[in-house]
Design a protein around this ligand. Structure first.
Ligand SMILES: CC(C)(COP(=O)(O)OP(=O)(O)OC[C@H]1O[C@@H](n2cnc3c(N)ncnc32)[C@H](O)[C@@H]1OP(=O)(O)O)[C@@H](O)C(=O)NCCC(=O)NCCS
Length: 252
């Protein structure tokens, strides 16, 4: 009985070609491998996404909460036609990107989460998923939204995305933007990085296990300090909870 119900709850995925792994050299000189992961590897990723739910800075909290749900949805077969790519440096998790195939021609970009900052790792991982939609799935356009100002700079501005405001995006329903094939081809030489095939040793290291990120974003000492400081010119937002700032003295 329960097995039959599971058949109804579980969407049947469409056949999707796999993303061929690639590698690149980062500005630091380190090698980063980008590869697709299957359901069996999701439990290795979740523990590194979960702590970011508590990082308010740069909107890691909302993005991590959604990524966690999307990865779980993929793992438990509760989402249609999703894929997940990871970026690894020495086996360590550096970025996670995901999305799904809406139709033969249209892709839905879900999220990009960088766990190692300051080397455009998120930008490279996003480019890889656009490559998956355009070159591997052969789609005509990808629907995208940004949930953070950095995301907006990286996607909308760098790729010069087109508005598709009449289409609500699956991530909460805000107006969509689109990467078309023309825009992707225009960005190909500057934004899309990487070589194939990945040297055997580097690929084997990446596949051997997803290691914890070495320097992931961490929460501020004072929860929600970032939000409060947006409206706070006195710096008191950074005081520990329960402490009140001295009122500035009025000079008469
Ligand atoms: C958006 C995101 C994927 C971009 O990743 P990225 O390309 O690797 O870029 P980073 O976030 O490391 O850096 C972005 C900028 O902040 C600066 N920066 C912020 N924190 C930094 C840190 N700890 N170390 C170094 N640089 C930092 C960088 O110098 C960079 O400046 P630039 O835009 O002038 O190059 C990443 O910021 C992220 O995961 N953010 C949280 C989730 C999110 O917003 N995802 C996108 C949803 S639309």
């Amino acid at each position: 009985m329960s097995i039959d119900l599971e058949k109804i709850l579980r969407p049947v995925d469409s056949p999707m070609p796999l993303y061929p792994p690639k590698y690149m050299t980062l500005a630091s000189g380190e090698t980063m491998v980008v590869r697709q992961v299957g359901r069996e590897e999701i439990p290795q990723i979740l523990p590194h996404v979960e702590p970011l739910i508590h990082v308010e800075r740069d909107f890691y909290n909302i993005v991590a909460a959604r990524v966690y749900a999307e990865l779980l949805g993929y793992y438990c077969h509760r989402v249609q036609d999703e894929y997940v790519l990871v970026a690894q440096v020495n086996g360590e998790l550096a970025a996670v990107v995901n999305g799904r195939m809406v139709s033969k021609d249209v892709g839905m970009s879900y999220h990009t989460l960088a766990l190692k900052r300051g080397e455009r790792i998120g930008a490279h991982a996003f480019a890889a998923k656009m490559e998956y939609h355009m070159d591997i799935l052969g789609q005509k356009e990808v629907l995208i939204v940004a949930e953070s100002p950095i995301g907006f700079r990286r996607w909308m501005i760098e790729y010069k995305l087109e508005k598709r405001f009449e289409i609500p995006h699956e991530l909460g329903g805000p107006p969509s933007w689109a990467l078309t094939r023309e825009l992707f081809d225009a960005a190909r030489d500057t934004l899309l990085v990487g070589r194939r095939p990945v040297p055997e040793a580097a690929l084997a290291k990446a596949k051997a296990g997803i290691l914890p990120p070495i320097d992931p974003p961490t929460p501020a000492a004072d929860f929600l300090a970032a939000t409060r400081s947006q409206y706070d010119s006195t710096g008191t937002a950074l005081l520990p909870p329960g402490k009140t700032a001295q009122k500035p003295k009025r000079s008469e």
